[in-house]
Ligand binder design. Structure first.
Ligand code: NAD
Length: 419
């Protein structure tokens, strides 16, 4: 029996099998390409504030080491298990290869509902998780970053725990750190900023002006809130937003900056207003030009895909669209322009790469420099995906995955199989 199971892992496998067939990859390479190199499960006990001891299960999956260290986020969420983390690590590999970064994919997390932890308990759990991971990670082995449920502060605790163990500061062990702990300018905004830049490119492709267009954003965390703010700055009317606590829809437009200020103060959207609430699933199928799922996996299934009314589907989240939904979108023709997740949200790992490079070199760039370099990489990846999709008459997801998978395959073939 495999240690990897569950719907998210099955989805990653199904996608890979389709790409392997499309690329006609020899059967002898397939499992080697897809199955993770390493999977680590750890038990993390902490003292609770009431003096009791609570035990949490943590995971880390390192997908492949062929191009450099593994790289990827750390998720603190109740849903986290080995299968989910493995799928996310696999997707990170294709994403890093698509954008030309010298990494394999990694991902990790803890099965925990962070709303049940006090700030001290969250710090204890973060530090204990990194402590358990120290034998398996390193700046040249596996570099962590934030994901759902973690943020700059958690990364600072990870960095501090690792550094204390080694007796000197090792900022390049994690990315997404605060500036004060060796982070880079522009990392916190990078994913949402990249999402909106690529929405701009997609809008050009379909000759749709952004000014006056409408958008719905699901998820109002790191990715969703920055995407919503950047869209509003570009003159897009944000008509719908949601998070785990509330869901708002107003065709006249929502005050994004005020929503952001509310979330900064209260940590969620709930309580902002009692007006214009809507059922979360109904939000996704309201009319809009741009739909940005920026929360969790598998939120767009076949049924939802058939009812989407957007022109651009910009996948800020990882794996928001199921393979069945993809099939439905293909059958609908190309009236929905999909920016697939491994392209759409890649701004985060690109600027994480910049942070790692700056940390190693002990040289720091201005935010303008970070953003300029980010857009060069995103534009190149976008152009390559569009060109491949046109050449082979395939969807954007197939094109993006094919470029990523094929690059990892070529690296493995050229390095050979040891021994
Ligand atoms: P986050 O924890 O900052 O925010 C997640 C948001 O989703 C929160 O607003 C939360 O309330 C909301 N949410 C949770 N359950 C929901 C539900 N059922 N319906 C609606 N909203 C819900 O996480 P994040 O870093 O913004 O990550 C969001 C997605 O983007 C994830 O899929 C993550 O893997 C992906 N991603 C993040 C980064 C990054 O740099 N943070 C990079 C690439 C991809």
């Amino acid at each position: 029996m495999s240690v990897y199971s569950g719907p998210v892992f099955d989805m990653a496998r199904q996608q890979f099998d389709g790409i392997a067939d499309y690329l006609d990859i020899d059967i002898k390479h397939r499992d080697r390409l897809f199955l993770p190199k390493r999977a680590i499960a750890v038990t993390c006990p902490i003292h609770r504030d009431d003096g009791s001891v609570a035990v949490f299960q943590g995971y880390r999956v390192q997908h492949h080491l062929s191009c450099g260290p593994t790289k990827g986020g750390t998720r603190f969420a109740a849903s986290v298990d080995m299968g989910e983390v493995a799928a996310l690590a696999v997707w990170m590999s294709w994403k890093c290869a698509l954008t030309g970064l010298p990494y394999g994919g990694g991902k990790g997390g803890i099965a925990v509902d962070t709303t049940t932890l006090s700030p001290r308990e969250l710090e204890a759990l973060s530090r204990r998780y990194m402590q358990e991971m120290i034998p398996f990670v390193g700046p040249d082995i596996d570099v962590m970053a934030p994901d759902v449920g973690t943020n700059e502060q958690v990364m600072a605790w990870f960095m501090d725990t690792y550094s204390v163990h080694h007796g000197h500061a090792v900022p390049q062990i994690v990315t997404g750190k605060p500036l004060a702990a060796g982070g880079t300018a522009g990392r916190r905004e990078a994913t949402g900023r990249g999402v909106v830049h690529l929405i701009g490119r997609a809008a050009e492709e379909i000759a749709m002006p952004l000014l006056g267009a409408t958008a719905i954003v699901q998820g109002f965390g790191n990715v969703g809130s920055v995407a919503a703010l950047e869209l509003a700055q570009r003159g897009v009317r944000v008509v719908g937003v949601s998070d785990h606590s509330a869901c708002y829809y107003d065709p006249a437009g929502l005050p994004v900056a005020e929503l952001d200020a509310h979330v900064r103060e209260h940590r969620c959207l709930a309580g902002f207003t009692t007006q214009c609430t809507i059922d979360p699933q109904a939000l996704l199928v309201q009319p809009c030009d741009i739909l940005v799922p920026a929360a969790l996996e598998r939120v767009i299934d076949a049924d939802t895909a058939a009812r989407l009314q957007c022109r651009i589907l910009a996948e800020g989240a990882n794996g928001p669209t199921t393979p069945d939904a993809d099939r439905v979108l293909r059958e609908r023709g190309d009236d929905v322009f999909v920016i697939p997740d491994i392209l759409c949200n890649s701004g985060g790992v690109v600027v994480s790469y910049f942070e790692w490079v700056q940390g190693i070199q002990k040289i720091f760039w201005e935010e303008d420099e970070v953003n300029r370099r980010l857009l060069v990489i995103l534009d190149r990846a976008f152009d390559q995906v569009i060109a491949r999709a046109r050449r082979d008459r395939v969807g954007h997801r197939t094109a993006a995955l094919a470029i990523g998978v094929d690059r990892v395959l070529q690296t493995k073939i050229s390095r050979g199989l040891f021994p």
